[in-house]
Design a protein around this ligand. Structure first.
Ligand SMILES: [Zn+2]
Length: 124
């Protein structure tokens, strides 16, 4: 474990704040979607509204994904594996963690995975 106790607490605070903000955001968006009972007589308007709604849902699914990743990162803070690359076990650079606190890959593995994905699309 290369990260100091202070650093861990800082990351935990950052992640928890981010998590709470995101969870609140999701909660409000869900309430809005449920309360949004606008129906349009015009089929085009209705279609546009549905598209909006689908887009919102898609965005929210992504948020939910991030929420999950943050949860996982907090778990890793707890079990001491935070900051280690999932793939090669090396330490992830601090700059990268500062920028992406819930990343699980070092920059090399991330780049490698991305180029693999590029070569074999859809194989993830
Ligand atoms: Zn790695």
């Amino acid at each position: 474990m290369a990260l100091g106790k202070e650093k861990i607490e800082t990351y935990r605070k950052t992640l928890t704040l981010r998590r709470n903000a995101l969870a609140e955001d999701l909660r409000q968006a869900t309430v809005q979607l449920i309360n949004d009972e606008s129906y349009y007589t015009d089929a085009v308007d209705q279609a546009a509204a549905d598209t909006d709604k689908n887009f919102t849902l898609q965005m929210k699914n992504r948020d939910r994904d991030v929420l999950w990743q943050i949860d996982e990162a907090i778990k890793r803070l707890d079990d001491g594996s935070f900051g280690e690359c999932d793939r090669c076990g090396d330490l992830i650079s601090e700059g990268r963690i500062e920028a992406f606190p819930f990343t699980t890959l070092c920059i090399d593995c991330k780049a490698e995975l991305e180029s693999e994905e590029h070569r074999f699309p859809g194989r993830h």
